[in-house]
Unconditional design. Sequence first.
Length: 81
Amino acid sequence: MIALTFDDGPNPLYTPQTLDLLKQYKAKSIFFVNGNQVSKYPKLARRQVQEGHKGEGGAVLKVVALQISKSVIICSGLQQF
């Protein structure tokens, strides 16, 4: 097993490219998010969760995902970070 991690995002330039590559190769990763960046780019944070990646950085990613969509599917897909 190899763990891929990305720090201090989401980043509007690199995060979409990274997510596209991970999707292409059917790989999952851990994103160590920065609360300020999540506030600036909530759509990217939501995409990370929707595509099945894990997040670290407290509850920030989880809270943003819940605020953006109250969908039971997204909520049930969130795991304890």
